[in-house]
Design a protein around this ligand. Structure first.
Ligand SMILES: Nc1nc2c(ncn2[C@@H]2O[C@H](COP(=O)(O)OP(=O)(O)OP(=O)(O)O)[C@@H](O)[C@H]2O)c(=O)[nH]1
Ligand SMILES: [Mg+2]
Length: 450
């Protein structure tokens, strides 16, 4: 369905429920006219807060604070009216229905943000960070999403774009003026150097984004080990809740049990699994297979061991992934026994899930996920899978350009791919007239006086 962008749209920005105030928002050319239909004292066409009585035919239905945004000074860039009416399901719905009957159309999900993007008020990444801000699970994610919303990404994206346009225009100039062999920076070595710089920047963006997304969505943390080592006890102790069943019977946990643990700067999505052992029980076997298959998708593994309960086969599978070896039931071991295990696993962390003594593990986890640097980083952070794909395509195109130069292809072919990249960047930034921009740069920076 093609949506009509000339419509004036309406939606309740707050939940429609029994509450002190509901905020009904309209956006579009007709916003003020439509709202005026339920007022006697018409709205002034200004950026202003105005108090008005609302009417249904001759009956007063409410007195509300109304905010008007005109001359592009709104979130969407269109005329916007926000009615802060008294809350209540019936009243809120009545006002919305009345305004729909006077010409407003119910907004589609995200349509206000979509209009803001189309009118150049926000870029795609900012639009995404609105969702993320609302869904933030921890303080750091909240701060980073707020910075993205503010447009922190713009600066860095614009810088990349500037380097790209610079490169395109140098190449273009050397194509257009083949006799003029003095266009600075257009030798193949210089172009390769610029491409490498761009590739490094894009790779950094993809890496930072990956870290941020793990942080934003929760770190998938697998608790793995032999039966009876205390995995479920550890889960319960970490989340301070009796979520998983704990018994001294081997093979108690057969399916996964999940729990969430929020730190100030990150969250763990904990997954307790079926203990690993040789078993004839079909259900337990399936549980064990599931535990092992989760190794691939987890971000970190807590490999839980006890004396004589170390599964080396599993350790081989996880040792090259991010992991922490956790020696549980440490209070049952002598110093000698501990030393023997420590000789094998230098970095192990000792805990007693039963006694709730898990401080060492918490500190180790905090060390591993110190993400404060993400806040300072000037690198843009992408959280939408589609935007990440766009950047992966940019990287592929840059690599293709490098390869093409290496193989001696002409520079016009390279510029063709660079233009593609520019289109993708412009799309993210909400700008469309790529060609004009390049021409602008040629004339301003590389005018050859001909
Ligand atoms: N002494 C001591 N006992 C513990 C500790 N942690 C767990 N246990 C006991 O060890 C037994 C097994 O604990 P679980 O948490 O069920 O072990 P599990 O690894 O989940 O076992 P499966 O689900 O069978 O794989 C229970 O009796 C717990 O009370 C600990 O730190 N110290
Ligand atoms: Mg268990």
């Amino acid at each position: 369905m093609k949506i009509n962008l000339n419509d004036t749209i309406i939606a309740c920005a707050t939940k429609v429920s029994r509450q002190a105030i509901s905020i009904i928002r309209l956006s579009g050319e007709q916003s003020i006219d439509i709202v005026n239909k339920i007022l006697r004292n018409k709205l002034e066409i200004e950026n202003k807060m105005q108090v008005r009585k609302l009417y249904e035919n001759n009956d007063i239905i409410d007195e509300s604070l109304i905010l008007t945004f005109v001359n592009g000074k709104s979130f969407t860039g269109e005329n916007v009216v926000e009615i802060q009416c008294h809350g209540g399901i019936l009243l809120t719905n009545k006002i919305i229905s009345l305004l729909i009957s006077y010409g407003a159309r119910p907004a589609l999900p995200g349509e206000f943000s979509q209009r803001a993007y189309l009118n150049g008020k926000i870029n795609l990444i900012q639009a995404e960070s609105i969702n993320n801000l609302i869904d933030s699970k921890n303080e750091l994610a909240l701060k980073i999403n707020a910075l993205n919303l503010e447009g922190k990404n713009n600066k860095s994206l614009l810088k990349i774009k500037e380097s790209l346009i610079d490169l395109i225009s140098k190449i273009q100039t050397s194509i257009d003026y083949p006799d003029y062999d003095d266009v600075e920076g257009s030798t193949t070595e210089e172009i390769q150097l610029e491409l490498t710089k761009l590739k490094n920047q894009v790779t950094k963006i993809l890496e930072t984004s990956k870290r941020f997304n793990i942080l934003n969505n929760g770190i998938s943390t697998l608790i793995l080990g032999e039966t009876n080592v205390g995995k479920s006890s550890l889960l319960n102790s970490l989340i301070a809740e009796d979520k998983a069943i704990v018994t001294d019977i081997e093979g108690t946990t057969r399916d996964i049990v999940e729990g969430q643990l929020n730190f100030e700067n990150f969250s763990l999505n904990l997954i307790d699994t079926a203990g690993i052992r040789n078993t004839k029980d079909e259900v337990e076997k399936m549980g064990i297979e599931k535990s092992i298959s989760l190794i691939q998708t987890s971000n970190i593994i807590l490999f839980v061991i006890n004396k004589g309960k170390i599964n080396y086969e599993i350790y081989e599978k996880i040792k090259d992934k991010k992991h922490i070896v956790v020696l549980n039931k440490v209070e049952l071991l002598s110093e000698n026994e501990i030393r023997e295990i420590q000789d094998e696993f230098k970095d192990l962390v000792m805990v007693s899930a039963l006694k709730g003594d898990i401080r060492n593990l918490i500190s180790k986890i905090e060390e591993q996920f110190n993400n404060e640097d993400l806040l300072e980083s000037e690198v843009p952070v992408l959280s939408n899978a589609f935007h990440i794909e766009m950047f992966k395509t940019i990287l592929e195109l840059l690599e293709k350009c490098s390869d093409n130069i290496e193989q001696g292809f002409t520079t016009d072919l390279i510029n063709f791919d660079l233009y593609e990249i520019l289109k993708i960047l412009n799309n993210l930034l909400g700008i469309y007239d790529a060609d004009e921009e390049v021409i602008d740069t040629i004339f301003r920076k590389y005018c050859l006086g001909k």
